[in-house]
Write a protein that binds this ligand. Structure first.
Ligand SMILES: NC(=O)c1ccc[n+]([C@@H]2O[C@H](COP(=O)([O-])OP(=O)(O)OC[C@H]3O[C@@H](n4cnc5c(N)ncnc54)[C@H](OP(=O)(O)O)[C@@H]3O)[C@@H](O)[C@H]2O)c1
Length: 351
């Protein structure tokens, strides 16, 4: 279907893993046109040279420009996919010029006082933090439509918050504490080569990292509090696993009296009955990252363990799909009054 409305988009960080996926998705989006590709060290190279899988596309021979040059472009929205701290420096000038922003990084997801502790920098634009909307459409869709600045959620917080929020809001689980176990594929670490993410270090290895200081911890707590009015304490342990894409999260929380697998599942089903990308699995179903690969889908599953009095709430998604670029496109659709699923797959590529 031809769309009369075509949104002009700039992608800042088009040279990175997440930015490259944003460009790939927008190449297939019928109501968006990428008019600016920005990069840092890769500025001056072509998109196709940096991302060989995009070389044969209409944007393949476009030269990546410097981030400064975005200001001279007639953009309606700028999608940022930069290293931590860089969006907070570059986004305000565009926002003040009337360009709407979707940031895939963590620079606009927390309150100002959290940045020195969790990201290691003093936030340079706290005024914009107060105006940013947390871009989890299933919970905050109403505010996203009019937002100037959308903080696209992190890959781990997305399934955790989607899985826990309805159960917390209805008092079916106890908030203190909630233990969250996360697994991520290696594309979650971006494309800069390092010993820790090299083939020799990751092949046949599963290991935790950044325990207990991962920056997604305060993001989960804040988003759950915003979405439910309940203040949870989260203990989060992420692990790196030897796959390319995929995030799997398993949350453990005390179960409220009388709750069963059926009642938890029913709660999630009601919450997401109208959400096109959320698949709540029936009792007995088990989430699987592989089924979400290449799509904007997220699978959720809730199980009651009456023997221990615990609820187990699991989620799976593609870290570059619903965990990053896909969710950014979903937010773009909502911000510009387009159908929520436009340009996005609701089912994964399998096998
Ligand atoms: N990978 C994921 O699964 C994922 C999921 C959710 C969110 N994110 C977020 O997306 C953002 C990008 O992550 P990524 O995984 O795509 O990382 P990446 O592959 O390492 O890409 C980083 C991007 O940032 C640019 N950059 C690096 N240093 C910079 C600096 N000092 N100033 C400005 N730009 C700089 C790079 O440009 P050059 O290469 O041209 O230097 C590149 O475009 C991060 O904020 C990350 O948290 C990533």
């Amino acid at each position: 279907m031809a769309h009369t409305r075509v949104v002009s988009v700039g992608v800042l960080g088009a040279s990175g893993t997440a930015g490259g996926e944003v460009v790939r998705l927008l190449l297939g989006h019928p109501a968006a046109r990428v008019v600016f590709l920005g990069a840092e060290g890769s500025a001056g190279r072509t998109l196709g040279a940096v991302h060989p899988h995009l070389a044969g596309t209409p944007l393949g021979s476009e030269v990546l420009r410097t981030l400064e040059e975005a200001q001279a472009e007639a953009l309606e929205v700028a999608i940022f996919a930069l290293a931590h701290g860089a969006s907070a420096r570059w986004a305000p000038a565009l926002l003040e010029g009337g360009v709407r922003v979707i940031d895939l990084g963590g620079d606009f997801r927390l309150d100002a006082e959290a940045y020195p502790e969790w990201y290691g920098f003093e936030h340079p634009a706290p005024g914009w933090l107060e105006r940013s909307v947390y871009g989890l459409p299933e919970l905050f869709g109403g505010s996203i439509a009019d937002a100037e600045l959308v903080a696209n959620p992190g890959c781990f917080p997305t399934p955790v918050v989607l899985g826990l929020a309805p159960l917390l809001a209805e008092g079916r689980i106890d908030p203190s504490p909630i233990v969250v176990d996360g697994k991520t594929g290696i594309s979650g670490a971006g494309r800069s080569p390092s010993e820790a993410t090299s083939f020799v270090a990751t092949e046949e290895s599963v290991r935790p990292y950044r325990v207990p200081r991962h920056q997604h911890t305060p993001e989960m707590e804040r988003a759950l509090a915003l979405g439910t009015g309940v203040d949870p304490a989260v203990s989060f342990v992420p692990h790196l696993v030897p796959s390319v894409r995929g995030v799997l999260t398993t949350c453990y929380a005390p179960l409220a009296a009388g709750e069963t697998t059926d009642s938890l599942t029913d709660c999630l089903r009601r919450a997401y009955a109208a959400a096109p990308f959320v698949r709540v699995l029936p009792p007995g179903g088990m989430v699987d990252t592989k089924r979400t690969r290449g799509s904007n889908a997220v699978e959720l599953q809730a199980v009651a363990d009456p023997r221990t009095g615990m609820a187990v709430v699991a989620g799976a998604l593609d870290n570059l799909g619903k965990g990053a670029a896909g969710q950014a496109v979903q937010n773009l659709n909502l911000m510009f009054g387009l159908p929520e699923t436009l340009g996005l797959a609701t089912t994964g590529v399998y096998p």
